[in-house]
Design a protein around this ligand. Structure first.
Ligand code: CP3
Length: 359
């Protein structure tokens, strides 16, 4: 039987993360300082990442526990951010389930066989004990990471069914995910079968990370912003809720994020999220009007990272001020760190946020 308990020595059991500002804000309690981390904080913007990754394929790096742990720790060591996010990728569990997928630099995930018909869906690998066993390198990488993190919590993550299916239907990245959106309308039963399969894969990826040491989870539905609210509710909400359901018996905050997803905040919250990530387009005090019962995460505009410090500082102060309206606030970018970001700029943001008065 797959494991169902947090491992011995889990930071949530030892009390290592009991005073964590991140977890306090995620719970809606008053943190000891304003917490901050960055989506894609581990990656090409860091020279130490480029050195560690040199000559190693992205997915091989994700599946080599020592490498994944080292890369996860790099931004925590450098910046003193309030969370580590597990270094992996949303397609890693699809590969472990048996799909042929690679990550191509500058392009993203590429699948050997796109999934478009009921026959394609029926031919998807069975998700049995072999799949759970194949997730072992993920559990090992998480355990290695948390053993070195001390009081900084690790956030586990997964891709939401729509975002993953958007890649699987097209076989690769696409501008507005028309393939997946068409499939819902043309063949709702094929779509439902695909979304349900992906939900199990992502849910078990997430559960594996929590059992092995993660203290919070984030579900990335990066491309959901391309959906109408009605299509999200009809075709995607239940599958995303299933992903969260697979960790709902575990004591971890559940963060949900979509880029360009202002119109989806309420239906995304209704999947069982306990914290909402907000992208840079919607001011946090306006997000409070939509999902005011939940703590918020976000939403520094990545475009400001290259502006003069005074301009950026004013923008960060505006985010802090608006975020103080929420029942809890974790500072983050409104989407991932651009690869050409100067790490010293992120350091200044971290220091500035940590110096800010607690809301
Ligand atoms: O620091 C972190 O945030 C943790 C690591 C992380 C990665 N991918 C590492 C990565 C996370 C959380 C992801 C999630 C992910 N992957 C998402 C959702 C988040 C988002 O940004 O919206 C998506 C859509 C993907 C799919 C994907 N994987 C893309 C679009 C790319 C970029 C392709 C490129 O080269 O431009 C990847 C590859 C990837 N995932 C990299 C990293 C650090 C770059 C690989 C490299 O260094 O060559």
């Amino acid at each position: 039987m797959p494991q169902s308990q947090l491992i011995d020595g889990h930071p949530l059991l030892t009390g290592a993360v009991a005073d964590s500002p991140l977890l306090a804000a995620y719970r809606g309690d008053v943190p000891s300082r304003r917490p901050v981390w960055f989506m894609r904080q581990a990656g090409r913007s860091l020279p130490e990442y480029r050195e560690t990754r040199a000559g190693t394929d992205m997915l091989d790096a994700c599946l080599t526990p020592e490498l994944a742990a080292e890369i996860t720790l790099q931004p925590v060591r450098r910046y003193g951010v309030d969370a580590a996010i597990f270094f992996s990728d949303i397609v890693v569990p699809l590969k472990l389930a048996g799909l042929e997928v690679s990550i191509q630099p500058g392009i993203g995930p590429v699948f050997a066989r796109p999934i478009r018909t009921m026959a394609d869906v029926e031919a998807l690998p069975e998700l049995d004990e072999d799949f759970i066993r194949a997730l072992t390198p993920v559990a090992q990488a998480v355990a290695l990471t948390t053993a070195q993190l001390g009081g900084t919590p690790l956030i586990g993550f997964a891709g939401a069914p729509f975002t993953l299916a958007a890649y699987m239907v097209e076989g690769k990245a696409s501008r507005d995910h028309l393939g997946a959106r068409r499939l819902m309308a043309e063949a709702p039963d094929v779509w439902a079968g695909l979304a349900a399969w992906v939900a199990e894969v992502s849910g078990w990826f997430l559960r594996t990370q929590v059992l092995a040491g993660a203290s919070a989870v984030q579900l990335f539905d990066s491309w959901a912003g391309s959906l109408s609210t009605a299509d999200y509710e009809k075709f995607c909400q239940a599958a995303s809720a299933r992903v969260f359901e697979l960790v709902s018996d575990l004591p971890v905050p559940r963060v949900h994020f979509a880029a360009n997803g202002a119109h989806l905040l309420a239906p995304m919250a209704a999947t069982g999220a306990t914290v909402m990530g907000v992208d840079y387009r919607l001011p946090l005090d306006e997000a409070v009007l939509e999902v005011g019962h939940l703590p918020l995460q976000g939403n520094i505009n990545p475009a400001y990272l290259t502006a003069p410090w005074e301009t950026l500082r004013e923008h960060v102060d505006d985010v802090l001020m608006r975020g103080a309206h929420a029942s809890g606030h974790v500072v983050n970018l409104g989407h991932g760190v651009p690869p050409d970001t100067d790490p010293d700029v992120l350091q200044r943001i971290v220091d500035h946020v940590h110096d800010a008065p607690v809301a």
